[in-house]
Design a protein around this ligand. Structure first.
Ligand SMILES: Cc1ncc(COP(=O)(O)O)c(C=O)c1O
Length: 463
């Protein structure tokens, strides 16, 4: 990012942030980043974030759907403080540690399905996906993983292999797993069959199952797992029809294929249920969790059928820091906060308020093309007009920039980069939510009336 030019386009004081960016460019490789704004985050509390220059922001990103309970939740901070002063960690590869056992017991109690369950821990969503793939292949003795186009599953080699949203031109020099096949994700708003999937979910399901069936036929007897996000997050928060998920469960069960429910972004109450898969009344074999799970510390978990997880040969889930005591303590506190503070219910309430607000705004602004929401899993698609549905990434970035200028972190995502990503903490206080909606209102107005400079566009790469 040419941040110097970008910094010249804001009226904010970002001097200290710029100093951080200058050093970052010298010492941190560029591949780490899809940067948006010239802002170095200094501290955060609840739903608020401050940058190095003291500028205050309401956080509608939560560090990419991490802080479901808000930043520095006191129960999480206390659990970490207590654990870190007692035992940072001692590898569970050789001995035992009650922290990971307690967390596993708690987490397995949240997962649907009436069968014995276990949980395996790692550090990030990416390695959680790797572990689930490893388990599915070990259990079935098969090779192929069926994933979906435009999916995002991570950046380790295995999880990158099953990620659909990164183009093969970018991936081509990396040694990827060849045993991956991609199916169409049934996007009700945009799909290759031109079906309005909101009006005709059965028709969309039929087409998607037909094309998926062709892939299964081609690899019959060799598909270890179907890996699916119950809402395609970085694809732009797309919800498949309920009947698609039900039929997917039926076919995977019939063919002995492990159904991996990838809830790295959607889990821990954000969808208005503990796991987003609960919206579909589907019981998966394995659930992958990360992001919000750790309450801000790095941890992933694969939760699900004990027989599948136990099929992984020793020591193929053994990382030195697996089940790290401090991360487990933080995660255990986080799970209790989500449960005791009814955060899924809060997400449901607040999500409805925001979605309704956008529906009202859509009467004024024809560029609001689609509003997708379950709880506080939300994406608002920005288009040139509702008939052609042409993605308008430039307009989405202008709204996002205007919001940043006014103190709201609201970035974009999606397969066309034109979806506003609405992901505040599930417990955002009402007054901050109202303040954020006020900022969004002014940002929509600014962008619609041409008050946001075109000059920002070459610098904001976005998704
Ligand atoms: C759905 C999904 N899966 C996997 C990942 C990868 O997780 P991580 O970045 O923690 O490795 C992400 C990250 O954005 C994600 O959104």
């Amino acid at each position: 990012m040419d941040w110097r030019s970008l910094a010249g386009l804001t009226s904010k004081n970002i001097e200290k942030s710029c100093a951080v960016i200058e050093s970052d460019e010298r010492f941190i490789p560029g591949a780490v980043a899809i940067k948006y704004f010239p802002m170095a985050i200094e501290r955060a509390q609840g739903s608020l974030v401050w940058d190095a220059d003291g500028n205050r922001y309401i956080d509608f990103l939560t560090s990419a759907a991490v802080y479901n309970a808000g930043h520095c939740h006191p129960a999480v901070v206390e659990a970490v403080r207590e654990q870190v002063g007692k035992l940072q960690n001692y590898t569970v590869v050789y001995f035992y540690n009650d922290r990971q056992v307690r967390l596993a017991e708690l987490l397995t109690s949240t997962a649907p399905g009436d069968f014995p369950k276990k949980a395996a821990f790692g550090f990030s969503g990416s390695d959680g996906v790797d572990a689930a793939i490893r388990a599915a292949r070990s259990f079935t003795g098969r090779r192929q993983i069926l994933s979906f186009k435009e999916s995002y599953h991570g950046m380790t080699t295995a999880s990158l292999s099953v990620t659909g949203i990164i183009g093969s031109d970018v991936k081509k020099r990396v040694c990827l797993d060849p045993n991956v096949v991609f199916a169409e994700y049934p996007d009700p708003y945009r799909n290759p069959w031109g079906i309005d999937g909101y009006a005709d979910p059965e028709g969309l399901t039929e087409e998607a199952m037909r094309s998926l069936g062709e892939i299964l036929d081609r690899h019959r007897g060799d598909v270890a797992a179907v890996l699916i996000e119950p809402a395609q997050g970085d694809g732009g928060m797309i919800f498949p029809p309920k009947e698609f998920m039900t039929r997917l469960r039926d076919v995977t069960e019939r063919e002995g294929i492990v159904l991996i429910d990838e809830e790295v972004q959607t889990g821990m109450g954000r969808s208005g249920r503990w796991w987003a898969i609960e919206h579909f009344d589907v019981v998966p074999d394995l659930i992958v969790s990360a992001k919000a799970l750790g309450g801000g510390l790095p941890i992933s978990a694969v939760i699900g059928r004990a027989d599948i997880l136990d099929a992984v040969p020793v020591p193929l889930l053994a990382y030195t820091h697996t089940g790290h005591a401090v991360s487990c303590a933080s995660a255990e506190a986080m799970v209790r906060v989500v449960r005791d503070e009814d955060l899924a219910v809060r997400a449901e309430e607040k999500g409805k308020i925001i979605a309704e607000w956008f529906r009202e705004k859509a009467k004024l602004y024809p560029f609001i093309g689609d509003i997708r929401q379950k709880g506080l899993l939300m994406g608002v698609e920005i288009v040139s007009d509702r008939i052609s549905k042409t993605p308008d990434k430039a307009m989405a970035l202008k709204i996002s920039w205007a919001a940043w200028e006014k103190g709201l972190i609201l970035i974009t995502f999606g397969k066309n980069g034109n979806v506003l990503r609405v992901a505040p903490p599930l417990n955002i206080p009402d007054e901050l939510l109202q303040e954020a909606l006020g900022i969004m209102n002014a940002s929509l107005e600014d962008a619609a009336s041409g008050r946001v400079s075109e000059d920002i566009l070459p610098y904001l790469k976005g998704w």
